[in-house]
Write a protein that binds this ligand. Structure first.
Ligand code: GDP
Length: 195
């Protein structure tokens, strides 16, 4: 995909309604600090359009990035930050639930996990929640540059097993430092959005 123009078109807070978009949506979910902003910025060739988590767990918005007037990247708020209050956690749940239930254009949800670590209970819950709403999560294993090449297959197996992923579940290893995985992720997005 040649990125011609990208803009942050809609920011949904707790009280705003989900926009009724007429273009395909690709959503990104993951715990705070997993590398979600870095992934989105890499995919759209920008240094810092997607926010990075200076205050992890505090930004409770759903951000819609319009890409070339062809599709939307939907940046869901991060989860799992230890110091998040119960109120924030509840708001997070309501917002994400509303998104999963109401988006008519959602084509795929990328669930980001750190390739180094076993997914947390929050990650597993998110995975199950996506499945519950009738979507097939696609996993992006971030920070690929942090492990040795010889360890990649083992870590991918561990992540899939611990999330309870099926044999068909797609998993893309990715590094925002080396951009490894970027072309594969874009090819997949283009296929599911029929671009
Ligand atoms: P977010 O909270 O999920 O949006 O995470 P960020 O994109 O802000 O990344 C959190 C931290 O991880 C930052 O310090 C990033 O520089 C770092 N990071 C993100 N992706 C990668 C990666 O692929 N490789 C490495 N080595 N660091 C990364």
């Amino acid at each position: 995909m040649i990125i011609k123009n990208v803009s942050l078109e809609t920011v949904c807070g707790i009280s705003s309604s989900i926009p009724d978009n007429d273009k395909p949506e690709i959503a990104f979910a993951g715990k705070s600090n997993v590398g979600k902003s870095s992934l989105i910025n890499s995919l759209i060739n920008r240094k810092s359009l997607a926010r990075t988590s200076s205050q992890p767990g505090k930004t409770q918005t759903i951000n819609y990035y319009n890409i070339n007037d062809m599709l939307y990247f939907v940046d869901l708020p991060g989860y799992g930050y230890a110091k998040t209050s119960e109120t924030i956690r509840e708001q997070w749940g309501m917002m994400v639930e509303r998104y999963l239930m109401n988006s008519k254009q959602l084509k795929v949800i990328f669930l980001l996990v750190d390739i180094r670590h076993e997914p947390s209970l929050n990650d597993k819950n998110m995975y199950d929640w996506i499945v519950y709403h009738g979507f097939m999560p696609v996993i992006i294993a971030t920070k690929l540059d942090k492990i040795k090449r010889s360890q990649v297959a083992k870590h991918i197996k561990m992540i899939k097993e611990s999330l309870g992923a099926t044999s068909e579940t797609k998993i893309f290893p990715f590094s925002s430092l080396t951009k490894q995985g970027k072309d594969e992720i874009w090819a997949y997005i283009e296929t599911v959005c029929e671009l």
